[in-house]
Write a protein that binds this ligand. Structure first.
Ligand SMILES: NC(=O)c1ccc[n+]([C@@H]2O[C@H](COP(=O)([O-])OP(=O)(O)OC[C@H]3O[C@@H](n4cnc5c(N)ncnc54)[C@H](OP(=O)(O)O)[C@@H]3O)[C@@H](O)[C@H]2O)c1
Length: 320
C-alpha cells in the first residue's frame, strides 16, 4: 500500500480506502462483508469510510462494522482510520435529517453506539443542507472534536461558497478541516472546476468517492447489465438509465486503452483519479474480495503518458 499525507496534516491515509455504502448492510451477507474488510486490512487499507445512513436499513453498515471491530479488529484500533458522517435522512421527523446541531449531535452518539467505538477518527458533515447556517454545523463539528468524539472533521459535497465559509470557521475554531470528500471519476469531473483546488488551498486532503462511477468504469457493463450488479438491484443507487449507449461507447473505448496499458478498466480508472497530486485517496466500493484484489493492483501502475491522458480526455468528451 502507498500512504499519503492528508493535505497539510500529519495523518497519512492509504491511497485506496474502502467504503461501506453498499454491500455491508443488514440485507447483505455478513461473511462476505467480513471477508472484504479483512482482506482490505491485510492489504494495508487502513481507512474505512462509513456514514450513519449506510445500509440498508439505515445504520446497519455501522452495526456490521461494529461486529467486525469486536470479532476481528479489536486489537487493531490504533491501526485504523474510521470515518462516519451525518447530514442525510436517517429517520423521519425534524431531527433525523439535515445538518442542524441537534441532528449532528444526536447522530454521532447513535453512530458511536452502533459501531461500539469510543471515537471516530474523522467525522463529516455529509452535506450542506441548504438551510442550516454553516456556522451552526461547523460549531457542532468543532464541539464534537472538543468532546473527544472525533479526532478530525471533514466536509462532503459542499457547494464552493459554503465550503469557503466552512473552512474558514473550522480554522478559526482551531479544528481545521482535515479532508474534503466528493464524487470524482472519469465520468464525473465537476470537482476539477473549484472544489479540488479549494481543498488544496485550504490545506485539506481530498478523497474521491465513487471513483469507478458505481461500477460503470469496470468491465462489468460493457455488454449490458448483468444480474446481481448494482444497476440490476433494487437497493442499488446506480440507475439502469445511467447504463446508456453514450456511456457504453465511452467505456468500450476506455477499455481498449486500459488493455494497451496492461491494466483492467477499473485499475486504469482508479489510477486516473489518483493522477492529480491533490487527491489523497480514492474510496472504492466492492461486492467481492476479487474486486478488491483487482482494484488494489491499480497502485502498481499509476503513471500516464501525456498522449494517454489526451486520448482519454477526447473519449470523455464524446457524446456518443
Ligand atoms: N460522501 C458521500 O456523499 C458519498 C456518496 C457515495 C459514496 N461515498 C463513499 O464512497 C464509497 C465508494 O462509493 P461506490 O461504492 O459508489 O464506489 P465505486 O468504487 O465507484 O463503485 C463500487 C461498485 O463497483 C463495482 N466494482 C468495484 N470494483 C469492481 C471491479 N474491480 N470489477 C467490477 N466491478 C467492480 C461493485 O458493484 P457491484 O455490486 O455491481 O459488483 C462495487 O460495489 C462508498 O462506500 C462511500 O463510503 C460517499
Amino acid at each position: 500500500m502507498i500512504y499519503k499525507y492528508c493535505g497539510k496534516s500529519g495523518l497519512q491515509l492509504p491511497m485506496m480506502s474502502l467504503g461501506l455504502w453498499h454491500n455491508f448492510g443488514g440485507i447483505d451477507s455478513y461473511e462476505n462483508a467480513r471477508a472484504m474488510l479483512r482482506y482490505a486490512f491485510d492489504q494495508g487499507i487502513t481507512h474505512f469510510d462509513i456514514a450513519n445512513n449506510y445500509g440498508p436499513p439505515p445504520g446497519s453498515a455501522e452495526i456490521t462494522f461494529g461486529r467486525m471491530m469486536k470479532s476481528d479488529f479489536a486489537a487493531h484500533r490504533d491501526e485504523l482510520v474510521i470515518s462516519s458522517k451525518a447530514g442525510h435522512l436517517m429517520w423521519n421527523g425534524p431531527y433525523g435529517d439535515g445538518s442542524s446541531r441537534k441532528s449532528i449531535m444526536a447522530n454521532i452518539d447513535q453512530s458511536l453506539k452502533r459501531t461500539g467505538l469510543e471515537y471516530f477518527d474523522i467525522f463529516y458533515s455529509h452535506r450542506y443542507d441548504g438551510v442550516t447556517p454553516v456556522e451552526e454545523t461547523m460549531q457542532a463539528l468543532s464541539d464534537i472534536v472538543r468532546q473527544g468524539k472525533a479526532l478530525y472533521v471533514g466536509l462532503s459535497k459542499y457547494p464552493f461558497e459554503m465550503g469557503q465559509k466552512a473552512y474558514k470557521i473550522l480554522k478559526e475554531n482551531k479544528t481545521p478541516c482535515l479532508i474534503y470528500q466528493d464524487r470524482y471519476s472519469m465520468l464525473s469531473r465537476d470537482v476539477e472546476k473549484q472544489n479540488l483546488g479549494l481543498a488544496a488551498a485550504e490545506g485539506a486532503g481530498f478523497i474521491a468517492f465513487s471513483p469507478l462511477a458505481q461500477g460503470l468504469l469496470t468491465n462489468k457493463y460493457l455488454k449490458g447489465i448483468p444480474e446481481n450488479s448494482r444497476a440490476a438491484k433494487d437497493s442499488g443507487f446506480l440507475q439502469k438509465s445511467e447504463v446508456n449507449k453514450t456511456v457504453i461507447s465511452k467505456i468500450t473505448k476506455l477499455n481498449d486503452i486500459a488493455k494497451q496499458r496492461g491494466q483492467s478498466l477499473a485499475q486504469m480508472a482508479l489510477a486516473w483519479t489518483l493522477r492529480d497530486e491533490k487527491v489523497t485517496s480514492v474510496i472504492v466500493g466492492a461486492s467481492s474480495v476479487a474486486q478488491l484484489e483487482d482494484n488494489i493492483a491499480a497502485l502498481n501502475k499509476l503513471k500516464f503518458t501525456q498522449k494517454e491522458l489526451k486520448t482519454i480526455d477526447q473519449i470523455l468528451l464524446l457524446s456518443e
